[in-house]
Design a protein around this ligand. Structure first.
Ligand code: SF4
Ligand code: SF4
Length: 164
C-alpha cells in the first residue's frame, strides 16, 4: 500500500493503482438549477400536499381507534390474580395484594415500569375481568420517574372512554 502525493495524500490505494482527481466546473445553468430551481421544484411539489406537522401540544394527532397508550386500572374490577404480570413479556408489572371480603383478593401495590413497556397489550388481553385497559394517552414519561403506581394507573385519563 502507498500513500498518493498531493491532494490524495490521505487516500490509501494499492501499489501500482493510479487515481485521478477530476475537477468539475458546473455551468451557470447547473448552478442555477441546483441553487434555485431545484429548491423551487421541491417546494412546489409539497406546497399543495396535506400538512403532516401539527402544533403539539395545542393540537393533537388523531390516533387509530385501537391505539395502545398508557394503562388504566379499574381497581374495583381487579382481583389481583396477576395474570397480567405473568403475561408481560418484559416482566414489568409488580403486584402486591391482600385478602378482600368480596373479591377474594385486592391489589395494594400495582406498579408498571413504563419505561420498559413495549405496549404489546398482552397484559390487557390476559386480564380476566377487564380491569386493565390501555388508553390513548401517550404522555407517560416523567424525566426522573418511570414507574406508574396504583395512584396514577387508577386515574382515568380525561378523554379516555372505558371500553369494558
Ligand atoms: S403492554 Fe406489554 S410490555 Fe407493557 S406492561 Fe403490558 S404486557 Fe407488559
Ligand atoms: S389480570 Fe386483571 S384482574 Fe388480574 S391482577 Fe391484572 S389487572 Fe388485576
Amino acid at each position: 500500500m502507498a500513500l498518493l502525493e498531493e491532494k490524495n495524500e490521505n487516500i490509501i490505494v494499492p501499489e501500482g493503482v493510479k487515481i485521478k482527481n477530476v475537477e468539475r466546473n458546473p455551468s451557470f445553468l447547473e448552478k442555477l438549477y441546483a441553487g434555485v430551481l431545484g429548491g423551487l421544484k421541491v417546494t412546489s411539489e409539497h406546497i399543495f400536499q396535506k400538512k403532516v406537522t401539527i402544533r403539539y401540544p395545542e393540537e393533537r394527532k388523531e390516533l387509530p381507534k385501537d391505539y395502545r397508550g398508557r394503562h388504566y386500572l379499574d381497581i374495583e374490577k381487579c382481583v389481583a390474580c396477576e395474570f397480567c404480570a405473568a403475561a408481560c413479556p418484559v416482566d414489568i408489572i409488580f403486584i402486591v395484594s391482600q385478602p378482600h371480603p368480596e373479591k377474594v383478593r385486592h391489589p395494594v401495590v400495582f406498579n408498571i415500569d413504563i419505561l420498559k413497556c413495549i405496549f404489546c397489550g398482552y397484559c390487557v388481553e390476559a386480564c380476566p375481568t377487564g380491569a386493565l385497559q390501555m388508553t390513548d394517552v401517550y404522555e407517560v414519561f416523567a424525566p426522573e420517574r418511570f414507574i406508574l403506581t396504583i395512584d396514577e394507573l387508577t386515574k382515568k385519563p380525561e378523554l379516555f372512554e372505558d371500553q369494558s
